[in-house]
Design a protein around this ligand. Structure first.
Ligand SMILES: [Zn+2]
Length: 222
């Protein structure tokens, strides 16, 4: 029986490109998108659905209403979303969702255990690894090790972009014909990318660094 994978998909740059470059290698069959009351939940679900149609894989949305209740940061609350605290621990605190990657990977591990997935893919990158402890290689290796004892299927956790910056990831996307026009990275809940939140600024900078002006035209508010 051939091995197969499941991916955490928010529709953001890392998860989109991670799927694009790892789909065949890890035989990714199913994507999970989480709705935990984040301001951009609706857009993340819509874009993830389109991405799954593009790559012809199954898509499942998992609702986590209780996570919103215990999350106090700007991603879900009325607090203003940070715009310019690039890479600082303060910015991490402003958008922190309690144990998010730990929880999401554990939920994926439940699916892996039930449906015999061999790989769990998630979209950590080098920039965020500097700010968020759950985006580091150390975290990936440790949680992968936990699944050796907490599951029967022993899925391996894979983060194909963990050594790459956002600039690198946009370059990789372009080289691999990943549909960047589908990406959704904005923390806010508008129809298009707001262009001012921290996530938008990172994306815009990475697109500009790779001559991706045409995507800025498509994705961002005028
Ligand atoms: Zn934004």
């Amino acid at each position: 029986m051939s091995k197969k994978g499941i991916i955490l998909l928010s529709g953001g740059l890392d998860s989109l490109v991670g799927l694009g470059i790892a789909k065949d290698k890890y035989n990714i069959e199913l994507a999970l998108t989480f709705d935990y009351g984040q301001k951009s939940a609706k857009q993340e679900i819509e874009t993830s659905k389109k991405i799954c149609e593009h790559y012809n894989i199954k898509h499942k949305v998992i609702k986590l209403d209780w996570l919103k209740e215990i999350t106090h940061t700007a991603l879900v609350s009325e607090n203003e979303i940070p715009t310019d605290s690039l890479g600082t621990s303060e910015s991490a605190q402003n958008v922190w969702v309690p144990n998010r990657n730990g929880l999401f990977l554990n939920i994926a591990a439940c699916f892996a255990d039930s449906y015999s997935y061999d790989y769990i893919i998630f979209g950590a990158n080098k920039d965020e690894g500097a700010t968020f402890p759950d985006n580091t290689e150390e975290f990936r290796a440790e949680i992968s090790k936990v699944f050796e004892t907490s599951t029967l299927a022993h899925p391996k956790v894979v983060a194909p972009l963990i050594n790459y910056t956002k600039d690198d990831i946009v370059k990789i996307a372009m080289e691999n014909s990943v549909p960047l026009e589908l990406v959704r990275s904005c923390y806010a809940g508008g129809e298009k990318h707001c262009g001012v939140c921290e996530s938008c600024r990172h994306l815009k900078r990475a697109l500009l660094a790779n001559h991706g002006e045409k995507y800025i035209e498509i994705l961002f508010e005028k």
